[in-house]
Design a protein around this ligand. Structure first.
Ligand code: XLS
Ligand code: NI
Ligand code: NI
Length: 435
């Protein structure tokens, strides 16, 4: 039985098409900068929002109509959901998906029951991956929903909870390996705090470093060679999440000796919650060789929480793709739609409209970014702007042949320094020519 009998495989029909079930920009086989759009964008659907999101919020009950889901936590229902998910992803023509352990398989009454539930569902996931060719972008462990994690997981005040989190992480890495995942994500669920009166921050952050080092050690032992990602987020659910932004994450990874095995998975809504733009976060990670993957969504300027909306803003996707292309594109990562339809968009068809819109927005961002890069105007402006560093005094400073004394001498004879305009408005207008 098909869950979406009214939908056939979504195809590219070009910008003139008025078919809401067609791509207007995403043309998977089209070559951009020497690679297909499919390989550039590596689109991924998330299991949690798309197949487990029920539309409930703190003010109201579930709204989503999902006729294939009987609403129980049975294995049968979980397996059926996997079939539906793969039908959806096949029709949407996405190459990847992502999940948490507890999204795909029900939590059991004991750890071993949870693990065997996960094994049973992994059988079905494996079958469907083989049938469709759709791959796992990344797996992860949900160490924030169960009440045992109320104080955090790796950063819990309770050592037994740390041990439980270690067990859950071990199993999740086993499943990622089994399903041949390209990566494995650590988003710091409840790794943070509400109040420092009761929190030993140093001890908690040390424990997080310990758990991640254990994960690396275990992955090496079993031969899981996917990339590990951490996903910065400044707040929610805790007031202060330890992995607050790209800079904090990179400092953490460096301090705990994890730089070689980890990269960042950067999410737009998290970037803006931390008071940065997505482009800032991508650039900060990229310049240190740590840009791995993105969780593609968007927040709302008027709402101060993680609304996880689908990205449709062409400026946003263009900026994302400018940064991603600049740093050489994705290797293990991709454009992962960590986004959910609004609770008022409760019909199954809304899942298609939402994803098609996000894919088209990113395809258009890719095309626009490539055109800007081909034109070269931004790069030329930057080259010119920093040209005083390319020869003479600037080059000498950069190569380390000066100290404060010799520069003080050089400054003596300089007279008035002539500066040039930063041309921000000129460049904003320039970008608009491509949009
Ligand atoms: C929550 C995070 C989460 C991660 C996966 O805000 O975005 O969904 O991506 O654990
Ligand atoms: Ni995310
Ligand atoms: Ni998020």
């Amino acid at each position: 039985m098909e869950a979406f009998p009214e939908v056939s495989k979504i195809k590219y029909e070009g910008p003139q098409s008025d078919n809401p079930l067609a791509f207007r920009w995403y043309n998977p086989d089209e070559i951009v900068e020497g690679k297909t759009m499919r390989d550039h964008l590596r689109f991924s659907v998330v299991y949690w929002h798309t197949f487990r999101g029920n539309g409930s919020d703190p003010f109201g009950a579930a709204t989503m109509v999902r006729p294939w889901d009987d609403g129980t936590e049975s294995l049968e229902n979980a397996k059926n959901r996997v079939r539906v998910a793969f039908e959806f992803m096949e029709k949407l023509d996405v190459p990847f998906y992502a999940f948490h352990d507890r999204d795909v398989a029900p939590e059991g009454a004991s750890l071993s029951e949870s693990n065997s539930n996960l094994d049973a569902i992994a059988d079905t996931l494996e079958e469907e991956q083989e049938r469709t060719g759709i791959k796992l972008l990344w797996g992860t462990q949900n160490m924030f929903s169960h009440p045992r994690y109320m104080h955090g997981a790796a950063t819990s005040c309770d050592a037994q909870v740390f041990a439980y989190a270690a067990a859950q992480t071990k199993k999740a890495i086993d499943i990622s390996k089994r399903l041949n995942a390209s990566g494995h994500v650590f988003w710091g669920g409840r790794e943070g705090y509400y109040n420092l009166y009761n929190t030993d921050m140093k001890r908690e952050v040390d424990h997080l470093g310990l758990l991640l080092n254990m994960a690396v050690e275990y992955a090496d032992e079993i031969g899981f060679d996917g990339m590990f990602f951490i996903e910065p987020k400044p707040k929610e659910p805790t007031k202060h999440q330890y992995d607050s932004d790209a800079a904090a994450c990179i400092n953490f990874l460096r301090a705990y000796g994890l730089m070689d095995r980890f990269q960042l998975n950067i999410e737009t809504n998290h970037a803006t919650l931390s008071g940065h733009t997505m482009m800032h976060e991508l650039e900060y990670a990229g310049m240190q060789g740590m840009l791995g993957s993105i969780d593609a969504n968007t927040g709302d300027l008027l709402l101060g929480w993680d609304t996880d909306q689908f990205p449709t803003d062409i400026y946003l996707t263009t900026r994302c793709m400018l940064a991603i292309l600049k740093y050489g594109g994705f290797t293990n990562g991709g454009v992962n739609f960590d986004a959910k339809v609004r609770r008022e968009s409760f019909e199954p068809m809304d899942l298609f409209y939402a994803h098609i819109g996000g894919m088209d927005a990113f395809a258009r961002g890719l095309i626009t970014a490539a055109a800007i890069r081909a034109d070269g105007g931004l790069e030329a402006m930057k080259t010119e702007r920093y040209s005083s560093w390319d020869s003479g005094l600037g080059a000498e400073i950069e190569t380390g042949s000066h100290g404060l004394k010799s520069l003080a001498e050089a400054a003596e004879g300089m007279g008035d320094i002539q500066l040039s305009s930063g041309r921000q408005e000129f460049l904003e207008n320039y970008i608009n020519r491509f949009i």
